[in-house]
Design a protein around this ligand. Structure first.
Ligand SMILES: [Zn+2]
Ligand SMILES: [Zn+2]
Length: 350
């Protein structure tokens, strides 16, 4: 492509007017060629688009696009030669297209990306991943769609908002924003900050059930301080954010077995020892309670709805690390309260 001197002069005038300084011929010519290159690219892709649309009219069910370098609008993987499918919903890899044909997922997902979350979206928006995410899926808290590899295994997992209505918010409510950052030089630095840096997460998403399960520990230094102050050497084994009703059911089903195992491992005595005189009958106690509204009350300052108690948060797990053998007397005395360890290594109610 060759640009005439006239065109370059035109660019030079434009630049000088826009920036209020003189531009050299080389600067103007570089800028003009860049712009022309960009325009050519746009024209190319527009023409390509038109060609596809025309071909689609002749093949309304879709067709394979020539060449390579496409990526699937659903799973994002790059496609090999002839391993793509193009139709009115966009470009799909053959595995995803096969999943559509077998009705594992609706075709509209390719076009409407905001109608579903990827695993990465969930991690970015809610720090939800790994074991916790899997337990939510297993426990039926979150409904996942699995794109299988032609009927076998997992190619891609995603989460439709309409499958999780009232649970997952619209994606634009949990979009991050760029924030300008000072680094002591005069350059402009920008970093991405998650949505919960800008709003109170519980207020912002109060209409979405996911918040009943959510905790943002690193965004919640007070919660972290509280748990640190208990002096209980806690790990992630002690916590499980699933619905307390579910955890309670699970616990009731295996409490007898658990008690036997714990007694075998730790001996038949009360580990709680909150009272002077322990009783004889032993039960299993949760070190971190399955649920509690104490932090909501004292730290998050959540107000109760009329005639109701302050909403409880889900905390403790049924993991052995979170279980203690307790005599019935100490257990009844503790109720659902938190305990901490004193310097002398004894438990005390908080
Ligand atoms: Zn795909
Ligand atoms: Zn006891």
């Amino acid at each position: 492509m060759q640009l005439s001197d006239e065109r370059i002069q035109e660019m030079k005038n434009l630049l000088e007017k826009e920036h209020g300084r003189e531009f050299s011929w080389k600067e103007a010519s570089d800028a003009a060629y860049n712009l022309a290159g960009l325009a050519e690219l746009c024209l190319d892709s527009w023409q390509e688009d038109q060609r596809r649309k025309k071909k689609l009219e002749e093949n309304p069910k879709g067709f394979i696009l020539d060449g390579v370098g496409y990526s699937c609008f659903i799973c994002g993987s790059g496609t090999q030669k002839d391993e793509n499918w193009y139709d009115k919903w966009g470009i799909k890899c053959l595995i995803c297209q096969d999943a559509i044909n077998r009705k594992e997922i609706p075709p509209s997902l390719a076009k409407y990306k905001d109608s579903w979350y990827t695993k990465y979206d969930l991690e970015r928006a809610f720090k939800l991943k790994g074991k916790v995410l899997n337990s939510w899926i297993k426990g039926g808290i979150l409904k996942a769609r699995v794109i299988t590899n032609r009927g076998k295994g997992t190619h891609y997992t995603l989460f439709l908002i309409r499958d999780n209505k009232g649970f997952l918010p619209p994606k634009d409510m949990v979009k991050g924003h760029m924030v300008k950052e000072e680094r002591g030089d005069d350059k402009n630095w920008y970093t991405m900050h998650p949505w919960y840096h800008f709003v109170d997460p519980w207020e912002h998403l109060k209409d979405y059930k996911i918040m009943n399960y959510m905790r943002f520990p690193e965004e919640n230094p007070e919660e972290k301080d509280f748990f640190d102050s208990l002096n209980l050497s806690l790990s992630e084994n002690n916590f499980d954010s699933r619905d307390p009703i579910l955890k309670r059911k699970e616990f009731n089903n295996k409490r007898n077995k658990l008690l036997k195992e714990l007694v075998k491992e730790r001996g038949a005595k009360c580990q709680l020892r909150l009272l002077e005189q322990c009783g004889k009958d032993l039960v299993v106690d949760h070190m971190i309670p399955l649920s509690s509204n104490i932090l909501n009350k004292d730290i998050h300052k959540v107000k109760a709805e009329k005639g109701k108690k302050v909403k409880a948060q889900s905390f403790g797990s049924n993991h052995k690390d979170n279980l203690l053998i307790a005599c019935e007397k100490c257990n009844n005395h503790k109720k659902h309260r938190f305990i901490m360890k004193t310097k002398e290594g004894k438990f005390k109610i908080v």
